[in-house]
Structure formats: structure tokens, C-alpha cells
Design a protein around this ligand. Sequence first.
Ligand code: ADE
Length: 250
Amino acid sequence: MSVGVICAITQELAYVRTLLTHPRPRLVAHAQFTTGTLDGRDVVVVGSGMGKVNGAVIATVLADRFGCTTLLFSGVAGGLDPDLNIGDVVIADRVVQHDAGLVDDAQTHVYQAGHVPFINPTDRLGYRVHPELLKRVAARLDGYRMAPLSAAAGGNGRTPRIAYGTVLTGDQYVHSESVRHRLHREFNGRAVEMEGGAIAQVAESFGIPWLVIRGLSDLAGRDSRFDFLRFVEEVAETSAGILRHLLPVI
Ligand code: ADE
């Protein structure tokens, strides 16, 4: 009954790895899967690499070969909601693959991944976290306080907050004010990243629960590439701290 813990990049994985006891690495597909215990819980920790296909491969191996009964993602994302700031954490209650859909001359009409409106129509858009799991998560995090971002990284002393909502996933690093505004407006997206929607899709196929935790390393606009590099390590550690705090209710 182990929990699969996925990070995409080394900066997200670094801190999680230090928490593991009795680590035993094993190479499968392109990735190193490390089995071990985290605060007494059996886990398999892995870095997937970026993007939906990498996320899907790793989620599949965790579910099918390692028999993981829950998949958790911990890492960073670009913030979309103007109410949120770098350092805040978004926990997805829904993930949507914002680059899937129907393309006509004018635009892409986002649609559920794996579906085309006139071939296999569906009313669904995205994947929802199991409501009971979300309830336990929210109860466990009630009153949880995070340290402000360090002054060294450019923090201003503000205490970060935890928000719940839609996280958007696409095979694109968003570095644009207009796209960021559109993604927030069209989907009420609170954060954008590159793996969560694929991991949720795989988890749903295997009938196992999943959760995506994302600290905001940037705001997906013009400065996002600079902010990302400045904040990624610290914010990824905040996200991993939340994952650790949640393990008892997962
Ligand atoms: N992960 C972190 N920042 C991101 C961004 N701006 N776009 C996509 N994924 C991200």
C-alpha cells in the first residue's frame, strides 16, 4: 500500500529525497524510482521529467508495476489568479489539460483530453479530486502556517497562503501576460503547470486517488522565467512540506 510521490524536475525532487529513509533506487523506463519510507509511510519517489507524456509514463509505472494506491504530485507552477502571489500554494480540486481540444481557423476550443466533440462527445472537462480526500486535506491543512519566502530569494515577509481550485496542465511553459489572463478568465485557472492533468488521467484509469500540490514559483507572465529560477527551490520545498504534512490523511 505505498504512495507514489511524483516531482517533475530535480529542484522539486531534491528536498523530497532528503526525507526518505531506507531508500532503494530502481531504474524503469527513463526514470529512477526510489522506494523507501517517508515519516513511516511506504512511498515510491520519482522524478518524471517535464510534460504530460513524461507524467503519464511515470504515473502508469507507479500504479501498474509498483502497485501504488495513491499518486501525489509535489512541485511548482505559474500563478494565474491575480489574488495569488509567488510562494502561495495551490492544491488542485480539478485539473484541466488546457492544450487539448479542437482546432479551427480561429482558435483552439479546449475539450476533454481523449475526446473530440463529434466523435466521442463528453460533458466532462478535466478531472476532479475525490471529494472525501479533498475534505481530509482541507481539514488537515486548516491552520497550517508556512514560512515567508526568504529575503535572499526576494521575499517581502508576507506569509504564503494555501488556495484550492482549478490547475491547468499543458505541454507549454507559459510566459505571457495575455495567455495568463485568458487561462484565468476562461477556466478560472489558479495555476498552470505541465504534468498534473496527465497524472490525474492515468490515476483515474487505474481507479486510484490523486492529488496535485503546487507552490507558485512565478506568475506565468513576462517575468516568469526569471522568477522561476529565483524561487523554484524554496517554493518546491514549501510544497513538499505540505505533502509531508498531508501523508497521515492520504
Ligand atoms: N511551472 C512553473 N511555472 C510554470 C509556467 N509559467 N508555465 C508552465 N509550467 C510552469
